[in-house]
Design a protein around this ligand. Sequence first.
Ligand code: ZN
Length: 145
Amino acid sequence: MNADLAALYQSVILDHNRRPRNFRAIDNAARAEGHNPLCGDRLTVFVRIENGVVEEAAFQGFGCAIATASASMMTERVAGRAIADACALAARVEVLLSPDGDGAADDLGSLTALAGVRQFPLRITCATLPWHAFIAAVRARGEVL
Ligand code: ZN
């Protein structure tokens, strides 16, 4: 990754950390908590599902810049997708963040900004936490895949 691209990716994360999207609770929604004791991240993810579609996702809690930015991007990217599609996206993000995840970057758009954490193994959990919590919330609602 060249320096300009790295800077662009960093600006995406900084922007989402500074102005997190969908930072709120959703009443009567499926929810799951994600906790990363190594960093102190503790987020609750809310997912409203109607007719097999993720109508809305949101989060609350405390997280570092990586966890907050990842959660913010997650809420934007899963909304409007069928459950299976949203869960497949979460799985792809997990591959993207794994040590040899380069091939997963295709067409993930701004989510590839998260791939920078691969250089910092302890931070990978920060980035994957909101996506795991999303899947846990979907499962908690009984939408098992
Ligand atoms: Zn963290």
